[in-house]
Design a protein around this ligand. Sequence first.
Ligand SMILES: [Zn+2]
Length: 277
Amino acid sequence: MVRCVWMLEWPVTRLVTLFVVLLIFVFGLVGCVHQESGASDARNSLTLNNGDAKDNITISGREDDMKILGLDIESTGHAGVKIKNRRVFYIDPFQLVEGGQGLEKADYILITHPHYDHCSIKDVEKIIQPETVIITVPDCQSKLSGLQVKEIMLISVGQTIDLGDEKVTAVPAYTVDKNTHPKENGWVGFILEMDGVRVYHAGDTDLIPEMQQIETDIALLPVGGTYTMSAKEAAQATAIFKKCKVAIPMHYGVIVGTASDAEDFKESATCDVKILR
Ligand SMILES: [Zn+2]
């Protein structure tokens, strides 16, 4: 009798074991699939840590549709950038390429200094509309005077222009060991504040002591050398800022500098770096 019960029970135990093994296999498979989809999400939403748990930075989107700290930031080539929230800002547009849908018109155009690769009338003409406001230094005024825009606002180092939802502050930008951008010219970089995020566009500058006062979330820094900071000096700048969460290299790949300067900068910068394509 005992033997008979054992014979009946044995296959049941085996069946239960088989069922448990199957369950583990199925759940394992589901887990793998879920992990895979998580990895693909991670490719589209990259969280960078600034070394401070409170300062997590979210960069999301495709390379050509980049959101950094909630702002749309797009490189338009060289030192040019388009930054967008409800309004469209361009800084130093140069060699703009018109895509299939044409270029988005500017609400504001910020120009750091009169050199042809920063104050390019041909490019400004492509993006202005009657309501566009240009903010620039006095040295650019005569180049821009014939344009059909709402207003050309002049700004000097240390001055802030309140645009309502956004603020634009001019900060020093000059070269030290080259005579291409003398300090006395009063040419500038900008800090654009929008939606609680500060974006610093350094203009054409060397590593200068005033950078110790820079407090920004995003910093666009020249890395091409020759006329501006080199990649190494730009990386040193990130170490002396009061605050910077994400740095973006610019001013390379067109007139001076190469993609490897951007990579060198990424290697040595002390904050997170995003290279815009
Ligand atoms: Zn310049």
